[in-house]
Design a protein. Structure first.
Lengths: 81, 382
């Protein structure tokens, strides 16, 4: 028996790469897409992945998905309560 | 003169194209020799074709998706139970399964897991079999027979020697476990266990016998059956389970945490997060449709799963989910439970901004789709 902490859930095939974004990069992306932070898709602070990468409410997480159509797709999620 | 591989890479790596188009371009350009002029031409034409293939702005993508999934849905079998492939595990398929997925049910009617094993376990049938016994929930009825002796007021469990050793148990171990769970002393005499109720009454004896039947001696509670099967393509043993408990299963030694999967989307969400849930919805919906011989473009399914997961949790399509959260009163009223929505909106004094399609159809205005979304203005030269 191993502990839930002995392995990283980030390695599961279903979980794409999540990257915590620094503030200046977030602003650049938002400007590029003419978006407000609140218009981004959300991710919960209680989500196992946000807990794992140590994001806080208000942070933006960059997600690099493996897409069957585009090969790679980058999306952003705002961390919420 | 042909250009070098390096210049090709430099020129195409930053093009505004999806990754796999860039890769395809790169691969194809490796095979032929092109001049700088030709390369520029190729790039220009690729960009043009890509632009042409993209969906138009203001296109009703959601409606197209809804119809593209809905129409093949009419050809699906309404009620079907099927034994999935080699594993002989009963799973819901066809329309009921698809409905289950888009309704984001907390518990699917036939949860199942596919447990992949780590290298050492995957090649060794005995280790895999042992792990299967460890995971499967073992009840008293699996390892012995239960009888009540009414004259002596005692509950007798006759353990089957072969069954308990097969599951890596001992009669003392079983007795200890039962004692812990029941809180009354359990006497072990070889393979015969006898349990006396606290007070000598028929009712307590019967209650005790019922309790004993429900006790799980070993394994994970939700998992009723584990089937071991050899995957010929991967050349390794894979466990299929009836019932699903991802979190409790991942902690077993020998379980490959990177590949193990369940068909319970809500469980995937709880254990692996929202992005994994999104991937799981796409996978389950595509598999369900494909199993019925229907091909739906994955983009439509991706759109549905995007909408279902946009708020950071898995939401159902329909009255209790996406459609019930529309900003417009008229749009919600047009969908289901019309009177309730209109009445509530009236009581609250809601205002409808008439921004969406449905609202504008109701009031007879041009809808904001396609050309209807564009407003042209002229500036007068003064």
């Amino acid at each position: 028996m191993k502990n839930m902490k002995d392995f990283s859930l980030l390695n599961n095939d279903l979980v794409p790469q999540h990257i915590l974004m620094p503030e200046n990069e977030v602003n650049k992306v938002l400007k590029e897409h003419y978006l407000d932070k609140e218009q981004l898709p959300k991710i919960k602070i209680t989500d196992p992945v946000t807990l794992e990468i140590g994001a806080e409410v208000g942070d933006v997480v960059k997600i690099i998905r493996k897409s069957p159509t585009a090969g790679e797709a980058v999306i952003f999620r705002l961390v919420i309560e | 003169m042909a250009v070098s591989q390096k210049t090709i890479d430099e020129m195409i790596v930053n093009l505004p194209l999806p990754q796999n188009l860039v890769d395809a371009l790169k691969n194809d350009l490796q095979k032929v020799k092109v001049t700088k002029k030709q390369l520029e031409d190729i790039i220009e034409r690729s960009l043009e074709s890509y632009e042409y293939a993209r969906i138009e702005p203001c296109e009703a993508a959601g409606v197209v998706s809804a119809q593209s999934i809905g129409e093949p849905g009419t050809q699906m079998t309404m009620r079907t139970f099927h034994y999935a492939g080699v594993a002989e595990i009963n799973v819901t398929l066809g329309l009921p399964r698809l409905i289950e997925i888009v309704d984001a049910r907390k518990n699917p009617s036939t949860p199942m897991m596919t447990i992949y094993l780590t290298e050492e376990f995957a090649k060794d049938r005995d280790l895999a079999r042992k792990l299967a016994w460890d995971i499967e929930a073992t009840h008293v009825s699996h390892v012995g027979s239960l009888s009540t002796d009414l004259t002596e007021m005692v509950l007798i469990i006759e353990l089957n020697e072969k069954a308990i050793s097969q599951r890596g148990l001992t009669s003392e171990g079983v007795a200890d476990k039962l004692e812990d769970e029941l809180g009354v002393p359990v006497l072990a005499n070889g393979n015969i266990l006898s349990i006396r109720p606290e007070n000598e009454s028929y009712r307590e004896l019967l209650q005790l016998s019922k309790n004993v039947e429900n006790i799980i001696i070993k394994g994970v509670k939700a998992i009723n059956r584990v089937v071991i099967s050899k995957d010929d393509i991967l050349d390794e043993y894979v466990l299929y389970t009836e019932g699903s408990a991802l979190k409790q299963t991942l902690v077993f030694d020998g379980v490959d945490t990177t590949r193990t999967n369940t068909n319970n989307i809500n469980e995937v969400f709880e254990v692996f997060g929202i992005e994994a849930a999104r991937n799981s919805i796409i996978k389950e919906a595509t598999d369900t449709l494909r199993e019925q011989g229907l091909t739906v473009d994955v983009r439509h399914i991706m759109l549905v799963s995007d909408i279902m997961t946009v708020d950071g949790e898995v939401k159902a399509i329909g009255r209790h989910g996406i459609s019930g959260e529309k900003a417009s009163v008229l749009a919600r009223a047009a969908f289901e439970v019309t009177v309730n929505h209109l009445l509530d909106a009236g009581l609250r004094g809601d205002v409808d901004e008439l921004r969406g399609v449905t609202e504008n159809v109701i009031v007879g205005q041009p809808i904001k789709l396609g050309t209807g979304h564009i407003k042209l203005m002229t500036t007068k030269k003064t």
